[in-house]
Design a protein around this ligand. Structure first.
Ligand SMILES: NC(=O)c1ccc[n+]([C@@H]2O[C@H](COP(=O)([O-])OP(=O)(O)OC[C@H]3O[C@@H](n4cnc5c(N)ncnc54)[C@H](OP(=O)(O)O)[C@@H]3O)[C@@H](O)[C@H]2O)c1
Length: 388
């Protein structure tokens, strides 16, 4: 029987992982590291995850462990906790996923030093079989563009990153090797997780916020033909759980991705949703370099001869839709790193996952997104832009 310790369960992917794991009969206990002030609030946070799925929380099986990855004495507290001595599987899904440079320090603290604390404790576990680290496929750097990328190309400390977040996720993979023997390490690298392919409101608007913002803007400075590797959270979670329990596993690292078969493009995604919003101007994509002009327009400082003046339909629409053009600055600030990721055209090979599990291929994002159209419309894009 497995005794699991899992982090990040209150998050987008972690919540799905917890639900999927809780359904398995070969798992005895699932200890969940949760940020909370008391046992009561921790249990409340857990209950919310289960009620979201109209599921029942069994506190005999799912046990909250209060803790924060930034806590100084986290390792020693976990070592001293007798309940955890039988843990044989660790799933580390917690991370600070912010792309904004304002949070760079915190991103490092959580994703590198927080992981170090879990690893320090994990070394002391006599029964530990597997440490599953949820990494990210996008650690391959900003110079790897417009092609299919294989697992063995990363980690490479020489690549340049678009944001600190991906750097810290890459460093996390390297840290694992310093603490644990190869045979105990399993790294699952999801590509971009957006929405849910089931017919319900997805658990989180993370990433979907970018699509909602693009849907609002309609005139977007990005290459809409670049390939995009996007998967829904339900597929990501079930593929990861299948991988964790697969007896055919031969590698330490696996992409959890759409791959060439299910990849999409922004053009296909926007075409899929366009007809649901007949009152908006049609989607139009312009050169990424025009971001500067869009930002200047938002600051009311766009003068003279500029390319944006050819798009008056969109400028009038923005004027109508936004009381304050400063809102556009906030939106573009949050969207900037997402547009840069879109332009990379990275697709992640998933042959390993196909061979070693029966996870199959995800439904392409331009198909399942049609079931989330109402949700896209309800995202408060301006509020979310302040917390990118
Ligand atoms: N979303 C994607 O597109 C994507 C793609 C590839 C890989 N991933 C990876 O998948 C994992 C989950 O991502 P996600 O999108 O589900 O993120 P998320 O929704 O932002 O969830 C992050 C989780 O980490 C927890 N956490 C953050 N800081 C913490 C701290 N100091 N101490 C303890 N827990 C902390 C959060 O707890 P609170 O609720 O208390 O804040 C939350 O449970 C991450 O490792 C991420 O790198 C995500």
């Amino acid at each position: 029987m497995a005794n699991i310790f899992i982090t990040g369960v209150t998050g987008f992917l972690g919540g799905e992982l917890l639900i999927d794991l809780s359904k398995r009969k070969d798992i005895d206990k699932i200890y969940c590291l949760i940020r909370a002030e008391s046992e009561k609030t921790a249990s409340k946070r857990l209950s919310y995850i289960f009620s979201f799925h109209e599921d029942h929380l069994n506190l005999d099986k799912i046990i909250p462990i209060i803790g924060d990855l930034t806590e100084e004495d986290l390792s020693s507290r976990l070592i001293a906790d007798k309940r955890l001595s039988d843990v044989n599987l660790i799933v580390h899904a917690a991370a600070n996923t912010s792309f904004s440079p304002i949070y760079d320090k915190m991103v490092e603290q959580v994703n590198i030093h927080g992981l170090e604390k879990i690893l320090n404790w994990s070394k002391t576990l006599k029964k530990l079989k597997t440490f599953l680290y949820i990494g990210t496929a996008t650690i391959c750097g900003k110079e790897t563009t417009n092609r299919l990328i294989k697992e063995e190309e990363s980690p490479n400390v020489n690549v340049k990153h678009l944001v600190r977040y991906t750097y810290t996720k890459m460093m996390g993979e390297l840290l694992l090797k310093q603490y644990l023997p190869e045979e105990k390490i399993l790294i699952a690298r999801p590509s971009i997780i957006m929405g849910d392919s089931r017919q319900w409101v997805p658990r989180s608007y993370v990433i979907m916020w970018a699509l909602a913002s693009i849907n609002f803007l309609r005139l977007v400075p990005v290459n809409s033909n670049a390939s995009l590797d996007i998967i829904p959270v339900d597929y990501a979670s079930s593929a990861i759980v299948k991988l964790l329990f697969s007896e055919k596993r031969k590698y330490n690292v696996y992409h959890i991705s759409a791959g060439s078969k299910s990849a999409t493009t922004l053009l296909m995604l926007t075409r899929a949703i366009e007809s649901y919003f007949p009152d908006k101007p049609t989607f139009n994509f312009i050169d990424r370099e025009l971001t500067r002009e869009v930002k200047l327009w938002a600051r009311k400082k766009l003068n003279g001869n500029n390319a944006l003046k050819n798009y008056t339909e969109y400028l009038n629409y923005w004027n109508r839709e936004m009381e304050d053009s400063g809102d556009l600055r906030i939106l573009m600030g949050g969207l900037d790193p997402y547009l840069s990721f879109i332009e990379l055209g990275q697709v992640f090979d998933n042959t390993r996952l196909q061979q070693d599990t029966d996870a199959g291929f995800p439904e392409p994002a331009h198909e399942y997104i049609k079931r989330s159209v109402q949700f896209i419309e309800n995202i408060d894009i301006f509020e979310a832009a302040l917390e990118p």
